[in-house]
Design a protein around this ligand. Sequence first.
Ligand code: B12
Length: 361
Amino acid sequence: MQIVLCGVWVSIVGRIDDGDFDRVRNDWIGFGIAASEGRRSRMEMSDLVSPKQVSRAIGVSESSLKRWCDQGLLQTVRTAGGHRKIEVSEVVRFIRERNLALRAPEVLDLPPVSERAELGLVRGQSLLTSALLAGNELLVRQIIFDLYLAKHPVSVICDEVLAVAFREIGERWACQEADPFQERRGCEIAVRVMFDLRRCQRPPEPALNAIGGTIEGDQYSIPLTMAELVLRDAGWNAVSLGTSLPFSSLIRAVVETRPRLFWLSVSYIQPSIDFIREFAKLSQACMEAGAALVVGGRALTESLRLKMTYSAYCDTMQHLERFARTHSHVISSSAGISTGDCPVDREVVSHPTPHGLENPS
Ligand code: B12
Protein backbone atom coordinates (compact mmCIF):
# COMPACT_ATOMS: atom_id res chain seq x y z
CA MET A 1 0.00 0.00 0.00
CA GLN A 2 2.68 2.50 0.99
CA ILE A 3 4.73 1.58 -2.00
CA VAL A 4 1.72 2.04 -4.26
CA LEU A 5 1.04 5.54 -2.92
CA CYS A 6 4.64 6.74 -3.10
CA GLY A 7 5.25 5.21 -6.48
CA VAL A 8 2.19 6.84 -7.97
CA TRP A 9 3.17 10.23 -6.63
CA VAL A 10 6.62 10.04 -8.17
CA SER A 11 5.27 8.89 -11.49
CA ILE A 12 2.70 11.68 -11.59
CA VAL A 13 5.17 14.44 -10.89
CA GLY A 14 7.43 13.02 -13.53
CA ARG A 15 4.74 12.81 -16.16
CA ILE A 16 2.93 16.07 -15.80
CA ASP A 17 5.72 17.97 -17.45
CA ASP A 18 5.15 15.82 -20.50
CA GLY A 19 1.53 16.95 -20.53
CA ASP A 20 0.31 13.38 -20.59
CA PHE A 21 -3.00 13.93 -18.83
CA ASP A 22 -4.61 10.62 -19.73
CA ARG A 23 -1.89 8.60 -18.09
CA VAL A 24 -1.95 10.87 -15.06
CA ARG A 25 -5.70 10.35 -14.83
CA ASN A 26 -5.33 6.60 -14.92
CA ASP A 27 -2.66 6.69 -12.25
CA TRP A 28 -4.93 8.69 -10.05
CA ILE A 29 -7.79 6.29 -10.52
CA GLY A 30 -5.41 3.58 -9.29
CA PHE A 31 -4.35 5.82 -6.45
CA GLY A 32 -7.98 6.42 -5.50
CA ILE A 33 -8.69 2.70 -5.36
CA ALA A 34 -5.56 2.01 -3.31
CA ALA A 35 -6.40 4.78 -0.90
CA SER A 36 -10.04 3.81 -0.51
CA GLU A 37 -9.00 0.24 0.23
CA GLY A 38 -6.71 1.74 2.81
CA ARG A 39 -9.59 3.44 4.60
CA ARG A 40 -10.20 0.31 6.61
CA SER A 41 -7.84 1.03 9.45
CA ARG A 42 -5.60 3.76 10.72
CA MET A 43 -2.41 1.80 10.19
CA GLU A 44 -3.30 0.66 6.68
CA MET A 45 -3.81 4.29 5.74
CA SER A 46 -0.50 5.42 7.11
CA ASP A 47 2.40 6.39 4.96
CA LEU A 48 5.57 5.71 6.88
CA VAL A 49 9.03 7.26 6.45
CA SER A 50 12.29 6.83 8.33
CA PRO A 51 13.78 9.40 10.74
CA LYS A 52 16.67 9.70 8.28
CA GLN A 53 14.32 10.73 5.46
CA VAL A 54 12.63 13.26 7.74
CA SER A 55 15.94 14.77 8.81
CA ARG A 56 16.91 15.20 5.15
CA ALA A 57 13.52 16.64 4.24
CA ILE A 58 13.67 19.37 6.88
CA GLY A 59 17.43 19.84 6.76
CA VAL A 60 18.47 18.92 10.30
CA SER A 61 20.89 16.35 11.63
CA GLU A 62 19.63 12.84 12.21
CA SER A 63 20.67 13.09 15.87
CA SER A 64 18.50 16.22 16.39
CA LEU A 65 15.60 14.44 14.82
CA LYS A 66 16.03 11.34 16.98
CA ARG A 67 16.20 13.57 20.05
CA TRP A 68 12.87 15.17 19.11
CA CYS A 69 11.40 11.70 18.69
CA ASP A 70 12.76 10.66 22.10
CA GLN A 71 11.25 13.80 23.62
CA GLY A 72 7.89 12.83 22.14
CA LEU A 73 7.73 15.94 19.94
CA LEU A 74 7.32 13.70 16.92
CA GLN A 75 5.25 10.56 17.29
CA THR A 76 6.89 7.41 15.97
CA VAL A 77 5.74 3.86 15.35
CA ARG A 78 7.76 0.64 15.37
CA THR A 79 7.64 -1.73 12.42
CA ALA A 80 7.46 -5.49 12.90
CA GLY A 81 11.24 -5.52 12.45
CA GLY A 82 11.65 -3.00 15.31
CA HIS A 83 12.54 0.00 13.10
CA ARG A 84 11.35 3.44 14.10
CA LYS A 85 9.13 5.11 11.48
CA ILE A 86 7.11 8.30 11.28
CA GLU A 87 3.83 8.89 9.46
CA VAL A 88 4.01 11.55 6.73
CA SER A 89 0.94 13.25 8.22
CA GLU A 90 2.80 13.48 11.55
CA VAL A 91 5.81 15.07 9.83
CA VAL A 92 3.52 17.60 8.13
CA ARG A 93 1.82 18.37 11.47
CA PHE A 94 5.24 18.93 13.07
CA ILE A 95 6.42 21.19 10.25
CA ARG A 96 3.20 23.24 10.34
CA GLU A 97 3.11 23.58 14.10
CA ARG A 98 6.78 24.50 14.45
CA ASN A 99 6.80 26.64 11.35
CA LEU A 100 9.79 24.77 9.95
CA ALA A 101 10.97 24.93 6.36
CA LEU A 102 10.50 21.90 4.17
CA ARG A 103 13.82 21.87 2.36
CA ALA A 104 13.62 18.63 0.42
CA PRO A 105 9.92 17.67 0.08
CA GLU A 106 10.73 15.14 -2.64
CA VAL A 107 12.37 12.91 -0.01
CA LEU A 108 8.89 12.41 1.48
CA ASP A 109 7.19 12.34 -1.92
CA LEU A 110 5.52 15.65 -1.12
CA PRO A 111 4.92 18.40 -3.69
CA PRO A 112 7.62 21.01 -4.23
CA VAL A 113 7.26 24.10 -2.06
CA SER A 114 7.91 27.64 -3.23
CA GLU A 115 8.58 30.82 -1.30
CA ARG A 116 5.71 30.07 1.00
CA ALA A 117 6.65 32.91 3.33
CA GLU A 118 5.42 35.34 0.66
CA LEU A 119 2.43 33.38 -0.53
CA GLY A 120 -0.66 34.76 1.21
CA LEU A 121 -4.27 33.84 0.49
CA VAL A 122 -4.86 36.68 -1.98
CA ARG A 123 -1.75 36.06 -4.04
CA GLY A 124 -2.33 32.32 -3.78
CA GLN A 125 -5.83 32.75 -5.17
CA SER A 126 -4.76 34.84 -8.17
CA LEU A 127 -1.93 32.43 -8.99
CA LEU A 128 -4.31 29.54 -8.60
CA THR A 129 -6.86 30.92 -11.08
CA SER A 130 -4.18 31.15 -13.78
CA ALA A 131 -2.71 27.75 -12.94
CA LEU A 132 -6.16 26.12 -13.11
CA LEU A 133 -6.95 27.78 -16.43
CA ALA A 134 -3.58 26.75 -17.81
CA GLY A 135 -4.08 23.18 -16.61
CA ASN A 136 -0.82 23.35 -14.66
CA GLU A 137 -1.49 20.62 -12.11
CA LEU A 138 1.94 20.74 -10.57
CA LEU A 139 1.62 24.45 -9.85
CA VAL A 140 -1.90 24.03 -8.44
CA ARG A 141 -0.57 21.32 -6.13
CA GLN A 142 2.33 23.52 -5.08
CA ILE A 143 0.12 26.55 -4.31
CA ILE A 144 -2.33 24.55 -2.21
CA PHE A 145 0.44 22.72 -0.36
CA ASP A 146 2.32 25.98 0.30
CA LEU A 147 -0.79 27.52 1.83
CA TYR A 148 -1.41 24.41 3.90
CA LEU A 149 2.16 24.38 5.23
CA ALA A 150 1.82 28.08 6.05
CA LYS A 151 -0.88 27.00 8.52
CA HIS A 152 -3.92 28.21 6.63
CA PRO A 153 -6.80 25.94 7.65
CA VAL A 154 -8.15 23.68 4.92
CA SER A 155 -11.58 25.32 5.27
CA VAL A 156 -10.07 28.77 4.61
CA ILE A 157 -8.12 27.50 1.60
CA CYS A 158 -11.42 26.11 0.25
CA ASP A 159 -13.53 29.24 0.88
CA GLU A 160 -11.02 31.98 0.19
CA VAL A 161 -8.77 30.47 -2.46
CA LEU A 162 -10.33 27.57 -4.35
CA ALA A 163 -13.97 28.77 -4.39
CA VAL A 164 -12.91 32.31 -5.32
CA ALA A 165 -10.74 30.98 -8.15
CA PHE A 166 -13.69 29.02 -9.54
CA ARG A 167 -15.94 32.05 -9.28
CA GLU A 168 -13.43 33.93 -11.40
CA ILE A 169 -13.15 31.07 -13.86
CA GLY A 170 -16.97 31.13 -14.14
CA GLU A 171 -16.88 34.85 -14.89
CA ARG A 172 -14.19 34.44 -17.52
CA TRP A 173 -16.14 31.63 -19.09
CA ALA A 174 -19.28 33.83 -19.16
CA CYS A 175 -17.24 36.57 -20.93
CA GLN A 176 -15.86 33.94 -23.31
CA GLU A 177 -12.37 34.50 -21.97
CA ALA A 178 -12.13 30.87 -20.95
CA ASP A 179 -13.13 27.75 -22.81
CA PRO A 180 -15.39 25.10 -21.23
CA PHE A 181 -12.54 22.58 -21.48
CA GLN A 182 -10.38 24.84 -19.29
CA GLU A 183 -13.12 25.01 -16.67
CA ARG A 184 -13.69 21.23 -16.68
CA ARG A 185 -9.98 20.45 -16.63
CA GLY A 186 -9.59 22.87 -13.71
CA CYS A 187 -12.33 21.00 -11.81
CA GLU A 188 -10.63 17.66 -12.36
CA ILE A 189 -7.31 19.05 -11.16
CA ALA A 190 -8.85 20.65 -8.07
CA VAL A 191 -10.50 17.39 -7.03
CA ARG A 192 -7.26 15.41 -7.47
CA VAL A 193 -5.22 17.94 -5.53
CA MET A 194 -7.74 18.00 -2.69
CA PHE A 195 -7.68 14.22 -2.60
CA ASP A 196 -3.91 14.26 -2.37
CA LEU A 197 -3.95 16.71 0.53
CA ARG A 198 -5.54 13.92 2.55
CA ARG A 199 -2.12 12.31 2.75
CA CYS A 200 -0.99 15.24 4.88
CA GLN A 201 -3.96 15.03 7.21
CA ARG A 202 -3.83 13.16 10.45
CA PRO A 203 -5.62 9.80 10.46
CA PRO A 204 -9.29 10.32 11.37
CA GLU A 205 -11.08 8.75 14.30
CA PRO A 206 -12.77 5.64 12.81
CA ALA A 207 -15.78 5.90 15.15
CA LEU A 208 -16.59 9.38 13.88
CA ASN A 209 -17.90 8.11 10.58
CA ALA A 210 -19.44 10.53 8.12
CA ILE A 211 -20.77 10.06 4.60
CA GLY A 212 -22.07 12.51 2.05
CA GLY A 213 -23.01 13.03 -1.56
CA THR A 214 -24.95 15.06 -4.09
CA ILE A 215 -28.43 14.31 -5.43
CA GLU A 216 -29.27 12.94 -8.86
CA GLY A 217 -28.42 15.49 -11.55
CA ASP A 218 -26.04 17.50 -9.35
CA GLN A 219 -22.59 17.09 -10.88
CA TYR A 220 -20.74 19.51 -8.63
CA SER A 221 -17.84 17.50 -7.26
CA ILE A 222 -15.73 20.37 -5.88
CA PRO A 223 -17.94 21.40 -2.93
CA LEU A 224 -18.62 17.72 -2.22
CA THR A 225 -14.89 16.95 -2.04
CA MET A 226 -14.19 20.10 -0.04
CA ALA A 227 -16.69 19.02 2.61
CA GLU A 228 -15.02 15.60 2.82
CA LEU A 229 -11.58 17.19 3.25
CA VAL A 230 -12.78 19.71 5.83
CA LEU A 231 -14.52 17.02 7.86
CA ARG A 232 -11.40 14.85 7.79
CA ASP A 233 -9.38 17.82 8.96
CA ALA A 234 -11.73 18.09 11.92
CA GLY A 235 -11.03 14.43 12.78
CA TRP A 236 -14.03 12.84 11.07
CA ASN A 237 -13.69 9.61 9.12
CA ALA A 238 -15.49 11.22 6.18
CA VAL A 239 -16.10 9.28 2.98
CA SER A 240 -17.72 10.82 -0.07
CA LEU A 241 -20.28 8.64 -1.85
CA GLY A 242 -19.92 10.66 -5.05
CA THR A 243 -22.10 12.90 -7.18
CA SER A 244 -25.53 12.48 -8.79
CA LEU A 245 -27.03 9.83 -6.54
CA PRO A 246 -30.80 9.16 -6.34
CA PHE A 247 -32.31 9.98 -2.94
CA SER A 248 -33.20 6.29 -2.55
CA SER A 249 -29.53 5.37 -2.80
CA LEU A 250 -28.45 8.04 -0.31
CA ILE A 251 -31.07 6.74 2.13
CA ARG A 252 -29.86 3.16 1.68
CA ALA A 253 -26.31 4.28 2.45
CA VAL A 254 -27.52 5.89 5.68
CA VAL A 255 -29.41 2.78 6.74
CA GLU A 256 -26.55 0.42 5.90
CA THR A 257 -23.58 2.40 7.22
CA ARG A 258 -25.25 4.27 10.10
CA PRO A 259 -23.00 7.32 10.00
CA ARG A 260 -22.76 9.83 12.84
CA LEU A 261 -22.95 12.62 10.30
CA PHE A 262 -24.36 12.90 6.79
CA TRP A 263 -23.53 15.86 4.56
CA LEU A 264 -25.64 16.76 1.53
CA SER A 265 -24.07 19.11 -0.95
CA VAL A 266 -26.72 20.80 -3.13
CA SER A 267 -25.38 22.97 -5.94
CA TYR A 268 -28.03 22.08 -8.52
CA ILE A 269 -31.59 20.77 -8.30
CA GLN A 270 -33.00 19.09 -11.37
CA PRO A 271 -36.49 20.55 -12.11
CA SER A 272 -37.98 17.04 -12.41
CA ILE A 273 -37.13 16.15 -8.80
CA ASP A 274 -39.60 16.72 -5.97
CA PHE A 275 -36.76 17.94 -3.79
CA ILE A 276 -38.67 18.81 -0.63
CA ARG A 277 -40.54 15.52 -0.52
CA GLU A 278 -37.46 13.39 -1.20
CA PHE A 279 -35.33 15.40 1.19
CA ALA A 280 -37.90 14.82 3.97
CA LYS A 281 -37.36 11.04 3.58
CA LEU A 282 -33.59 11.44 3.81
CA SER A 283 -33.99 13.65 6.85
CA GLN A 284 -36.18 11.02 8.53
CA ALA A 285 -33.64 8.26 7.74
CA CYS A 286 -30.84 10.32 9.26
CA MET A 287 -32.86 10.93 12.39
CA GLU A 288 -33.65 7.23 12.79
CA ALA A 289 -29.97 6.36 12.30
CA GLY A 290 -28.89 9.01 14.81
CA ALA A 291 -26.92 10.91 12.16
CA ALA A 292 -26.56 14.68 12.16
CA LEU A 293 -27.72 15.98 8.77
CA VAL A 294 -25.60 18.88 7.49
CA VAL A 295 -26.57 20.68 4.30
CA GLY A 296 -24.95 23.33 2.15
CA GLY A 297 -24.66 24.53 -1.42
CA ARG A 298 -25.68 27.34 -3.74
CA ALA A 299 -29.01 25.73 -4.71
CA LEU A 300 -30.39 25.81 -1.16
CA THR A 301 -32.27 29.07 -1.25
CA GLU A 302 -33.84 30.48 1.87
CA SER A 303 -37.35 29.62 0.69
CA LEU A 304 -36.32 25.98 0.20
CA ARG A 305 -34.55 25.81 3.53
CA LEU A 306 -37.67 26.97 5.34
CA LYS A 307 -39.36 23.78 4.17
CA MET A 308 -36.48 21.49 5.15
CA THR A 309 -35.52 19.87 8.44
CA TYR A 310 -31.80 19.36 9.12
CA SER A 311 -29.22 19.63 11.90
CA ALA A 312 -27.17 22.43 10.35
CA TYR A 313 -27.01 24.56 7.24
CA CYS A 314 -23.55 25.88 6.37
CA ASP A 315 -22.87 28.83 4.06
CA THR A 316 -19.17 28.07 3.92
CA MET A 317 -16.60 25.38 4.62
CA GLN A 318 -15.51 27.36 7.67
CA HIS A 319 -19.04 26.99 9.06
CA LEU A 320 -18.85 23.28 8.39
CA GLU A 321 -15.53 23.03 10.16
CA ARG A 322 -16.90 24.77 13.24
CA PHE A 323 -19.95 22.52 13.35
CA ALA A 324 -17.85 19.38 12.79
CA ARG A 325 -15.42 20.18 15.58
CA THR A 326 -18.10 21.07 18.10
CA HIS A 327 -20.24 18.07 17.20
CA SER A 328 -17.28 15.66 17.39
CA HIS A 329 -16.55 16.87 20.91
CA VAL A 330 -20.16 16.28 21.92
CA ILE A 331 -20.12 12.74 20.48
CA SER A 332 -16.68 11.92 21.83
CA SER A 333 -17.38 13.01 25.35
CA SER A 334 -20.67 11.13 25.48
CA ALA A 335 -19.19 7.95 23.94
CA GLY A 336 -15.78 8.12 25.64
CA ILE A 337 -13.94 8.43 22.30
CA SER A 338 -10.59 10.18 22.28
CA THR A 339 -10.32 12.46 19.25
CA GLY A 340 -6.72 13.27 20.10
CA ASP A 341 -5.32 16.69 19.85
CA CYS A 342 -7.07 18.34 16.87
CA PRO A 343 -6.46 22.04 17.34
CA VAL A 344 -8.15 24.59 15.10
CA ASP A 345 -5.22 26.18 13.27
CA ARG A 346 -6.36 29.74 13.30
CA GLU A 347 -3.01 31.39 13.79
CA VAL A 348 -1.23 32.15 10.53
CA VAL A 349 2.52 32.40 10.80
CA SER A 350 4.38 32.24 7.56
CA HIS A 351 8.04 32.93 8.22
CA PRO A 352 10.07 29.82 8.99
CA THR A 353 12.24 30.59 12.00
CA PRO A 354 15.80 29.30 11.63
CA HIS A 355 16.05 28.95 15.42
CA GLY A 356 13.06 26.64 15.40
CA LEU A 357 15.07 24.09 13.49
CA GLU A 358 17.47 23.16 16.21
CA ASN A 359 15.28 23.93 19.18
CA PRO A 360 11.66 23.24 18.41
CA SER A 361 10.55 22.80 22.03
C1 B12 B 1 -17.41 24.35 -12.36
C2 B12 B 1 -18.82 24.73 -12.72
C3 B12 B 1 -19.63 23.78 -13.36
C4 B12 B 1 -19.12 22.38 -13.66
C5 B12 B 1 -19.04 21.53 -12.38
C6 B12 B 1 -18.03 20.39 -12.55
C7 B12 B 1 -17.70 19.67 -11.30
N1 B12 B 1 -17.07 18.54 -11.48
O1 B12 B 1 -17.95 20.11 -10.19
C8 B12 B 1 -20.18 21.88 -14.69
C9 B12 B 1 -19.62 22.02 -16.07
C10 B12 B 1 -20.69 20.47 -14.49
C11 B12 B 1 -21.30 22.90 -14.51
C12 B12 B 1 -22.56 22.71 -15.02
C13 B12 B 1 -23.62 23.60 -14.91
N2 B12 B 1 -23.54 24.84 -14.44
CO1 B12 B 1 -21.95 25.51 -13.49
N3 B12 B 1 -20.51 26.39 -12.73
C14 B12 B 1 -19.32 26.03 -12.39
C15 B12 B 1 -18.52 27.17 -11.74
C16 B12 B 1 -17.53 27.71 -12.74
C17 B12 B 1 -17.80 26.78 -10.45
C18 B12 B 1 -18.69 26.05 -9.43
C19 B12 B 1 -17.87 25.48 -8.29
O2 B12 B 1 -17.68 24.28 -8.16
N4 B12 B 1 -17.37 26.33 -7.43
C20 B12 B 1 -16.62 25.96 -6.23
C21 B12 B 1 -17.57 25.83 -5.05
C22 B12 B 1 -16.86 25.18 -3.89
O3 B12 B 1 -17.96 27.13 -4.69
P1 B12 B 1 -19.45 27.49 -4.22
O4 B12 B 1 -20.43 26.76 -5.05
O5 B12 B 1 -19.54 28.96 -4.18
O6 B12 B 1 -19.53 26.85 -2.77
C23 B12 B 1 -19.20 27.53 -1.57
C24 B12 B 1 -20.43 27.69 -0.67
O7 B12 B 1 -21.62 27.74 -1.39
C25 B12 B 1 -20.36 26.54 0.28
N5 B12 B 1 -20.90 25.24 -0.13
C26 B12 B 1 -21.20 24.79 -1.34
N6 B12 B 1 -21.63 23.53 -1.29
C27 B12 B 1 -21.59 23.14 -0.01
C28 B12 B 1 -21.90 21.93 0.59
C29 B12 B 1 -21.75 21.79 1.97
C30 B12 B 1 -22.07 20.48 2.61
C31 B12 B 1 -21.30 22.88 2.73
C32 B12 B 1 -21.13 22.74 4.17
C33 B12 B 1 -20.98 24.11 2.13
C34 B12 B 1 -21.14 24.23 0.77
O8 B12 B 1 -18.96 26.40 0.47
C35 B12 B 1 -18.28 26.60 -0.78
C36 B12 B 1 -16.90 27.16 -0.54
O9 B12 B 1 -16.95 28.44 0.04
C37 B12 B 1 -19.69 28.18 -11.41
C38 B12 B 1 -19.24 29.64 -11.40
C39 B12 B 1 -19.41 30.29 -10.01
N7 B12 B 1 -19.68 31.55 -9.98
O10 B12 B 1 -19.32 29.65 -9.00
C40 B12 B 1 -20.75 27.83 -12.47
C41 B12 B 1 -22.24 28.01 -12.13
C42 B12 B 1 -22.51 27.57 -10.72
N8 B12 B 1 -22.91 27.11 -13.06
C43 B12 B 1 -24.03 27.57 -13.49
C44 B12 B 1 -24.90 26.86 -14.36
C45 B12 B 1 -26.10 27.66 -14.86
C46 B12 B 1 -24.67 25.54 -14.73
C47 B12 B 1 -25.58 24.64 -15.57
C48 B12 B 1 -27.07 24.71 -15.20
C49 B12 B 1 -25.32 25.03 -17.03
C50 B12 B 1 -26.20 24.30 -18.02
N9 B12 B 1 -27.08 25.04 -18.62
O11 B12 B 1 -26.06 23.12 -18.19
C51 B12 B 1 -24.99 23.24 -15.35
C52 B12 B 1 -25.72 22.42 -14.26
C53 B12 B 1 -24.92 21.20 -13.87
C54 B12 B 1 -25.54 20.14 -13.07
N10 B12 B 1 -26.52 19.44 -13.61
O12 B12 B 1 -25.13 19.89 -11.96
C55 B12 B 1 -24.30 28.96 -12.95
C56 B12 B 1 -25.40 28.95 -11.86
C57 B12 B 1 -26.29 30.15 -11.96
C58 B12 B 1 -27.30 30.15 -10.85
N11 B12 B 1 -28.08 31.18 -10.85
O13 B12 B 1 -27.39 29.31 -10.01
C59 B12 B 1 -22.91 29.43 -12.48
C60 B12 B 1 -22.91 30.39 -11.30
C61 B12 B 1 -22.19 30.04 -13.71
C62 B12 B 1 -22.84 31.34 -14.16
N12 B12 B 1 -22.27 32.48 -13.77
O14 B12 B 1 -23.77 31.32 -14.85
N13 B12 B 1 -20.89 23.96 -13.83
